[in-house]
Design a protein around this ligand. Structure first.
Ligand code: ZN
Length: 720
């Protein structure tokens, strides 16, 4: 047997066996396929990638046969629209974001065995064959319906892409599914003067044929399988499934009119592709095929445990639709569990990528280099496992400073410092004859913690498991505090036997530290690596069968000097992050949002400036635009976003209140040339009368820029 020590050491004999695994020979873990039209934010990580990675790392440490599958979802209407707007091809859109997403996962140590993508040929073949099998078995219903079509853009339009006047409140920019002004839920037929969000053309009705999956035929089976046989699923998952099943299932179209996606493999299906929610989950199968020739062992053998990690918006697809598809196909295993998380809000508000209200992973790794484990820690200890939760930068700082630094990191550091100081840098012996009650208690805690953490991880309770580990280090600190080996050391001259007490305390603390490394490894892999480096042991020590043991470090073995595991995060760093978040905030775009309906892929995308309807010259001529110069600027009290400006307009000076305080410091904009809408009716803001409006341009990051002549000219000059 291989030793865990670089030199020599005791053999590991215990072979751990878990009852929950006894029926399974292998585990297949999938994490939701992120949509390739935007980067990854921390809500994604907290929702499914971090829990999935913890679970996988734990199972690997258990030496179980496990594969971790991920990839980008690259089909669907939002990608074609994005491509159209940016003037590039859909393939260019997905190439760009697939690369960004993949890199973010690598940076956060999400340890996929494969991270694939659904535009790969193997996926096209797999999804196509899946559809064809269901078709050949006569499972689909073929239906012709009328749908809105944009003759100019030559495309069918999802409801969200139809804009018109709201019949309830008269808002001219209501969507085909909802008016955001009055909240009425609408259908495109109700809109007055409907127009396409893509081309402004008036949409027409066109007949189109699609293939529907008869979900209702699977309802009795789903009720039995989910509601009776999977009562152990998390409450939020089980509850959502129950509500869908109680409402009753409808047939769903599994095809769409589009040129981007997997072509419907039938002769009379020109211009039709598989519905993105039909093809995406099959992506798990395709990626497994790419990964290993033995893919069928994982997908087709009953002794595979299949686990889907997802966010709550995907529950219906992974617990109802995909299982029904798998069942209809007949060759594949069904998920054993779908431990979906709820949503993570940011600073009290829902994450919105269109408003740029998000903490982006690529930004985090730039701003906090080498501190991936801190984010993993915070997102796990605050994970939305049972309900929506809130991420705040303040809480991030507190958890780092008062838990990772002050408890876990402090314990490990103290143990190493004292061991070097009081035991010559070597693991001291354990003197059985002088063990006291406190020693016995902490030794039992090591064993108990291992048992608790293991059981919690098998039940997908990651927060609680992590809490137990931090709690063990807390107990270690308390034990050390009570034993006071540094005080005992002072009595050595008069009482040499006291060395035994010092030895025991540090021996036990070192074995506890070795245990902490094993236990924390699935959660904070970089930290575990630093710890085994300090202990001079090989990675094999981190195998789970070593957890709970109190003979991991051999007596007399010399250890390295301590290195700090975590650093304190300062108030300024947190302030900077909060400011960054607020200043990046983009006002909601009023048109052409991505579809947000349940039967569309629910994903958001960054804002794009709206394209407004055409106006006549006379409308434009009504505006009185003038060049001005900012001569004074100050913050408006109790209004984060407002600056009170004095603007020289040539013949007069104006007070204008402008919502740019998050973007500019008052002193930095004195002397700037601006363009003012001079005949805008006066308006009171925070008690100050604002006379006019300053024109600003907003870039892709939501940052504002002044619009001004490119040379200095006289204030009061007209703009037309
Ligand atoms: Zn309305």
């Amino acid at each position: 047997m291989q030793s865990i020590y670089r030199t020599a050491g005791p053999a590991c004999t215990a072979i751990y066996k878990d009852e929950r695994m006894s029926n399974y020979k292998r585990i297949l873990v999938t994490a939701a396929l992120p949509y390739a039209n935007g980067p990854v934010h921390i809500g994604h990580l907290a929702g499914c990638y971090i829990p999935a990675d913890i679970y996988v790392r734990y199972q690997r440490a258990q030496k179980r046969d496990i594969k971790f599958i991920g990839g980008s979802d690259e089909h669907g209407v939002p990608i074609t629209i994005r491509a159209m707007k940016e003037g590039i091809t859909p393939q260019q859109v997905v190439d760009k974001y697939h690369a960004i997403i993949k890199e973010s996962f690598e940076q956060m140590n999400i340890s996929f065995d494969i991270y694939s993508r659904t535009s790969n040929p193997v996926h096209h073949q797999t999804a196509s064959a899946f559809f064809k099998k269901l078709y050949d078995d006569g499972l689909f219903e073929e239906k012709e319906t009328e749908q809105y079509y944009d003759e100019k853009a030559k495309t069918f339009l999802a409801d969200r892409y139809i804009i018109g006047t709201c019949p309830v409140c008269g808002n001219p920019n209501a969507y085909g599914d909802q008016c955001e002004n009055c909240g009425s839920s609408l259908s495109p037929e109700q809109l007055i003067n409907p127009r396409s969000a893509l081309s402004d053309a008036t949409p027409v009705k066109r007949k189109t044929k699609h293939w529907y999956f008869p979900l209702k035929d699977y309802e009795p089976w789903l009720k039995q399988w989910v509601l009776e046989e999977h009562k152990e699923w998390k409450n939020n998952v089980y509850g959502q499934c129950k509500s869908w099943l109680d409402t009753g299932l409808q047939s769903r179209a599994m095809t769409r009119d589009s040129n981007w996606g997997i072509k419907v493999p039938l002769p009379d299906a020109e211009g039709k592709v598989l519905y993105v929610w039909f093809d995406a989950p099959i992506g798990y199968i395709s990626a497994t095929k790419e990964l290993t020739d033995k893919w069928a062992d994982y997908w087709c053998k009953d002794d595979t445990k299949l686990v889907h990690f997802i966010g709550k918006d995907n529950i219906v697809f992974h617990c109802i639709i995909f299982p029904a598809m798998l069942r209809a196909h007949g060759n594949f295993v069904l998920p054993d569990n779908v431990p979906a998380n709820e949503f993570l809000n940011i600073e009290g508000e829902k994450v919105s990528t269109s408003r740029n209200w998000a903490v982006w992973v690529h930004d985090y790794v730039k701003d906090f280099p080498g501190m991936q484990d801190v984010l993993r820690y915070v997102l796990c200890s605050n994970a939305p496992e049972t309900k929506d939760n809130d991420f705040t930068w303040k809480d991030f700082q507190e958890r780092n400073n008062s838990e990772l630094v002050a408890i876990f990191g402090n314990f490990v550091n103290r143990v190493f410092v004292l061991m070097h100081k009081l035991c010559n840098g070597k693991v001291p012996p354990l003197h059985q004859d002088t063990l006291d009650e406190k020693d016995a208690i902490i030794l039992r805690e090591i064993e108990n913690t291992k048992t608790k953490v293991e059981s919690l991880l098998e039940q997908y309770k990651f927060r609680e498991a992590l809490f137990e580990i931090i709690d063990l280090s807390r107990k270690g600190n308390k034990y050390m505090q009570e034993k006071e080996p540094w005080i005992v050391a002072k009595s050595l001259e008069t009482n040499p036997a006291a060395q035994k007490s010092i030895d025991n305390t540090l021996h036990i603390c070192l074995q506890l530290t070795a245990n902490l490394a094993i236990l924390i490894n699935p959660f904070l892999p970089d930290t575990a690596k630093k710890m085994i480096h300090m202990m001079k042991v090989v990675e094999k020590m981190l195998e789970w069968e070593n957890a709970g043991k109190i003979n991991l470090l051999k007596t007399g073995y010399s250890l390295r000097e301590p290195q700090l595991l975590f650093r304190k995060i300062e108030d300024e760093e947190i302030k900077a992050q909060v400011e960054k978040l607020k200043s990046g905030l983009v006002k909601p775009a009023t048109t052409t949002q991505e579809p947000a309906k349940a039967d569309q892929k629910t994903k958001e995308q960054p804002a794009v400036a709206e394209t407004k309807a055409a106006i006549q010259y006379d409308d434009f001529a009504k505006l009185d635009l003038k060049v001005g110069i900012i001569i004074a600027a100050e913050k408006v009290e109790k209004a984060d976003k407002l600056l009170k400006l004095q603007v020289d307009m040539g013949s007069e000076k104006r007070t204008i209140v402008s919502g740019i305080a998050l973007h500019f410091k008052p002193e930095a904009i004195i002397g700037k040339q601006v363009v003012v809408v001079a005949n805008l009716a006066p308006r009171k803001m925070r008690g100050i009368e604002s006379n006019g409006m300053i024109l600003m341009a907003e870039d892709n990051n939501g940052k504002l820029h002044f619009v001004a002549p490119d040379n200095k000219i006289n204030p009061g000059a007209g703009v037309s």
